[in-house]
Design a protein around this ligand. Sequence first.
Ligand code: FES
Length: 156
Amino acid sequence: MTSVEEIDISAARRIASRHRAQGNSLVTVLQDVQEEYGYLPREVLEAVAEEMEVPYPQAYGLATFYASFSLQPRGKHHICVCMGTACHVRGAANVLEKLERDLGIKSGQTSEDLKYSLESVNCLGACALGPVMVVNGVYHGKVSSRDVDKILGDLE
Ligand code: FES
């Protein structure tokens, strides 16, 4: 695994300085930087703050406020299960349990091979389709634990 010291921050500086010249927001910069690195390591976040001429706590605050940003390495495949009330009453817990069993990780964790990240949230805004899970940005509705095999199989 790459140690923190080995992270090359030049891409983050390049992205931030381009956005700063265009007058774009810090959120836009963080989105592009996360796309480049897969997550927002501390060194990268510091470089972005410096380039954007904002205090580090401001950049850190934004990165922790939005669920779409991650300060930890994330898996190649990002799986999010809704555990909100509407999804829960339709069996979301079974879906999450099945995923935790099959992937060998708990909600909030990333597999050691960095292949999968699993998380749960309280609502994905598609309650009528519950249980809902989002895999790499694609919504899957009315998911049963049996559907999980097919969805995971398609990721291989
Ligand atoms: S409660 Fe699951 S999408 Fe709203």
